[in-house]
Design a protein around this ligand. Sequence first.
Ligand SMILES: *Cc1c(COP(=O)(O)O)cnc(C)c1O
Length: 398
Amino acid sequence: MSSDSSKHIDTVLQHTGTARFDPDTGVAPVNQPPVRASTVRFRDLSALENAYRRKAAGERAITYGRAGMDTHLALESIFNELEGGTHCYLSSSGMASNTLVFMALLSAGDHALVADCVYGPVRELHDAVLSRLGIEITYFSPDADLETLVRPNTRLLYAESPGSLLFQMMDMPALAAFARKHELVLATDNTWGSGYVYRPLELGAHVSVIAGTKYVGGHSDLMLGAVVTRDDEIARRLGGTQYAMGYSVSADDVWLALRGVRTMPIRMAQHAKHAMAVCEWLATRPEVSRIYHPAWPQDPGHALWQRDATGSNGMLAVSLKLSPTAARRFVEALTLFGIGFSWGGFESLVQLVSPKDLATHAYWQEGELAAVRLHIGLEDPRDVIADLEQALRKAAES
Ligand SMILES: *Cc1c(COP(=O)(O)O)cnc(C)c1O
């Protein structure tokens, strides 16, 4: 089904990428089944030649299973709807999608400005791969004066809003204006908003990246990422690199993402409601020195969030007036929160954020003691709050 901008995205999400009717029987399932394929057959040589012509023209054409079949096409069209894009490239994880952007848009001798609150493994991509290829990166604090950091060889401005770990909002339209002035590509990791509560392409970004592993999948059981743009020239570079580097995603994971994304609107709204209830409770606690959650009115990014986002989610961080040992006791005393990475599934998660990771974030204020990142799941928030309360009690016992 084609895009219809007169309809709300909640409606579009239920009707995009459903299965096509069989031309002989006039029958179809609602959901697109997982179409697994390596080899693709062509009816005749002219069908094959036609597919290659379309591919050479930068269009989405199926020539081999690696590029994905109908299931993949359905999910690509959903990511395009979510982000307001025209081209979508899938990869096997959110991190692979980040990698695709850097590999497609940078060459030896180029320089990129990358937000200091970027998803941590991007720094590993830089250290392990990009630096070997002669690509330089400067990490910037979102409050920094970028004019002092931009160089003649800067090509890419890489943002993430809200940022990883502490959810710092960035001024995307201001970054877009800066990028245009210096002829940079502005790409941003939009896993937090997942194209649903935050739409960077509408705020001026050229490229948006989503880890579909998180809220799109929504059930902690798949890994997949997407890169979306509405710029034909950038799309050509992304598509060429994606193909050349052999990116591919299994049809089963794509199918799980298609299945999950239909309910993303209600899940995200519910996660956001529960996270707000938890923030309200945390704000009454003497152990809490600061809450990091842009929808929370006391968060320094709240005004930007109000201006640029249409909703929130279940992610928050909290700095606690607890010694490192007491913070560990707190985390281990929680019973409803799994200790683990990733987020966006139905369940609550906790992560003790390491001071080493926070040292690279200008947003982290010195003097704060311990940070804990929480993903507030779909459990009843009263049970979640009771769990946090008993864990704080245990943290205080020595
Ligand atoms: C989780 C995450 C990723 C990576 O996604 P994976 O699918 O786990 O590789 C990228 N960016 C952000 C902001 C994330 O939270």
